[in-house]
Design a protein. Structure first.
Length: 116
């Protein structure tokens, strides 16, 4: 295993408790945002967690990965469904890099024109 995910989740939970004492409004605000989408039933908990995992991968957030993996499994997501969501994340991240590469070319043109 690459990481002790269960130990990591426990350690993060402890640190979040510390942060909640130091900056309660920050944690309260996050909890409000996090709970807001759970009020609807259009997507369902499993789909929300699969989306969360895909976003966690694209934002490279290990804490998000551990918490949303736990939640996805508890919501009934299979390893195959999780893998498919991760495939979408990979495709989107590569696609985003491709599209953002055109912005670099645009910047190169603008900078080159300014030099001339």
């Amino acid at each position: 295993m690459m990481l002790d995910w269960n130990g990591y989740q426990k350690a993060i939970g402890g640190r979040l408790g510390e942060l909640a004492k130091l900056s309660p409004d920050t944690v309260k605000g996050y909890m409000t945002l996090s709970a807001a989408n759970a009020q609807t039933t259009h997507l369902g908990e499993k789909t929300r967690q699969l989306i969360s995992l895909a976003v966690a991968v694209t934002t490279r957030c290990d804490g998000c990965i551990v918490f949303h993996t736990d939640a996805a499994l508890k919501a009934g997501a299979s390893k195959e469904e999780i893998s498919e969501a991760l495939g979408v994340a990979v495709a989107m991240n590569a696609g985003a890099a491709l599209i953002y590469s055109t912005r670099v070319l645009d910047a190169v043109e603008a900078k080159t024109a300014a030099i001339k």
